[in-house]
Ligand binder design. Sequence first.
Ligand code: HSE
Length: 323
Amino acid sequence: MINIAILGFGIVGSGSYDLTVQNAGLIEKKVGDSVKVKKIVDILDFSKHPAWSLFTKNFDDVMNDPSISIVIETIGGTRFAYDFTKRALAGGKNVVTSNKELVSTHGLELAEIAKKNNAVYLFEASVGGGVPIIRPLKQCLAANEIEEIFGIVNGTTNYILTKMRDEGISFEDALKEAQAKGYAEKNPTDDIEGHDPIRKMNILAWTAFGKMADPEDTNAKGISGVTAEDIKKAKADGCAIKLIGRAKMADGKVKCSVAPERVPLNNPLATVDGVYNAIVVRGNFVGDVTFHGQGAGGRATASAIIGDVIEIARDIVASRKRA
Ligand code: HSE
């Protein structure tokens, strides 16, 4: 049996738990061993949850259990998540995360700690929710020189822009609706001011080019300045307004940006609506490849997280056979 722990039981953490339970049989077949959640760390009270016996408030319970080889970090932010991830990796445990803030600020250091301790730090779920993009960049498209990566990497702002276009409403009203539906956070700054998508573009740049952009080569503009009038005018000109992230190499430097752009309606990105994301990778041999799917939400993001868990679990099973 391969034991895992989940840190943070919010939408993504609980989605990951549900996936391991619901698809336990097929995961076992694919891995060649069963994969079970042994501990869940969260400071809230889950005594009424059917899996109540797995919960602990103490991260040491994970560190002190040598049978736990994979830790899923879905706490978010950089405070506890950074400390717990460092400790888990330094202790030789593999870590899988959806935490783009942590990956974009401390990813290099964490990947180094993982390497030194014979562990891995995987973060497929940190960009594009359920959309596969990190592994395709690292593996399937590895033979290409990547000329540019661009697309829609924030579901909340795409939902707001779609509402504004379809219903002719203001940014403020669309944001309120997104908050009421649970798509936008109570404090939506990270999404609407472009901080979340620029982190994701930096993670893509790191994956494709081996480094993130320096602050002076990073430019993030959000959608709070987009008006109903801008959208109406764009529509009349046969365009949609989309928040587009871009990452490329120019003059030997990595450049990352995010800004609202007018996208002609005959461009496939113009019809990517709601919380969906779409990322185009332009390779010098393959040309343009587009990855499209649900960019947020517990189930879609859990799909990417458990995909990473399965990759590690397969390696564990293979190394047992070699031993
Ligand atoms: N706030 C993010 C978004 C969540 O809206 O895309 C998924 O990364």
